[in-house]
Design a protein around this ligand. Structure first.
Ligand SMILES: NC(=O)c1ccc[n+]([C@@H]2O[C@H](COP(=O)([O-])OP(=O)(O)OC[C@H]3O[C@@H](n4cnc5c(N)ncnc54)[C@H](OP(=O)(O)O)[C@@H]3O)[C@@H](O)[C@H]2O)c1
Length: 274
């Protein structure tokens, strides 16, 4: 396989959507997954040479988040190996308002390769494919106290922008900030889902100290707990309380609204309790 597009996190929220779109366009791709052939694991750099052989472009989704301190070394090493294998283009998924992630963005920007940075807001799909799905299914959302509104963005819109960046050179050397159509509270998004499901979903905010203690009692990994604290205290402080036009600029259409996200997610059956 040569001149392929490598999609990292190809079983994840955005990666699977990017891979599906590229396949529909009949473009050659390699799926970057720990279960892929060859396997890709951010913790096993010795395998990255094999994964990057014959690759022209890479969609990079880092695990668990570009803001964690160890990300800088890994992104640096990955970019170096990509250059050794003659990769031409990197499209990096980053977090909007995550100052710590900008060090990783700079590594990609300074790499000498063509680059696009996609800074995404909180994904709507956190309510249906991740983090908050179990809470929706169990009719109770408990979060740390949140002081800010968030412009939730749809993962399908992120994938459309990523595919545009991977397939059209006019998006090279650009930073895009992706938001949805509205600034929303976590309570109002929960209420909208509850109304659509026609069931009550309790919503409660608690002190961060108590929230962390609850996560620890579930024996969740310390780096995950650090990340949750970082996202809810530092990033959700109001810095992202604004809407961007970048989805419309890239795609020529409005972003998906939370209402539209709910309608299409209802059809998947994912919110039905088995
Ligand atoms: N969620 C949000 O609201 C949000 C907002 C802004 C930015 N982001 C950024 O989005 C990125 C994540 O992208 P995503 O949400 O599309 O992905 P995701 O759904 O979090 O997961 C992507 C995939 O990563 C793979 N993975 C897990 N650990 C791995 C490891 N050690 N090495 C290699 N692969 C590993 C898993 O696939 P396999 O099991 O197949 O290996 C998983 O399916 C993060 O960097 C995050 O900061 C997220």
């Amino acid at each position: 396989m040569s001149n392929s597009i490598l999609v990292l996190g190809s079983t994840g929220k955005t990666g699977k959507r990017v891979a599906e779109r590229l396949q529909n366009l009949q473009l050659p791709i390699r799926l970057g997954s720990r279960n892929g052939q060859p396997s890709f694991n951010w913790d096993e750099p010795s395998n990255w040479h094999e994964v990057l052989t014959g690759i022209q472009s890479v969609y990079i989704t880092f695990q668990p988040d570009l803001a964690v301190p160890q990300s800088i070394e890994k992104i640096k090493q990955f970019t170096e190996i990509a250059k050794q294998h003659n990769v031409k283009q990197l499209v990096l998924l980053s977090g909007r308002g995550e100052k710590e992630a900008e060090a990783c963005e700079q590594i990609v920007i300074q790499s000498g390769l063509n680059w696009t940075i996609i800074r995404a807001s909180w994904f709507m799909q956190n309510f249906s494919e991740n983090f908050l799905l179990d809470s929706i299914l169990s009719n109770k959302v408990v979060l740390p106290t949140i002081k800010a509104l968030e412009p939730f963005v749809d993962a399908d819109d992120i994938a459309d922008v990523a595919v545009a960046a991977l397939t059209d050179s006019k998006h090279s050397n650009k930073i895009y900030e992706l938001t949805g159509t509205d600034l929303l509270s976590f309570q109002s998004t929960t209420n909208q889902i509850a109304t659509a499901l026609n069931k009550p979903i309790a919503y409660q905010e608690i002190e961060m100290y108590d929230y962390v203690a609850a996560l620890q009692s579930y024996q969740l990994p310390e780096d995950f707990i650090w990340l949750v604290q970082y996202l809810f205290t530092e990033v959700l402080d109001g810095r992202n309380e604004s809407l961007s036009n970048d989805i419309e600029t890239v795609l020529g259409r409005k972003p998906t609204s939370f209402h539209e996200y709910i309608s299409k997610t209802l059809k998947t059956g994912i919110w039905k309790v088995q």
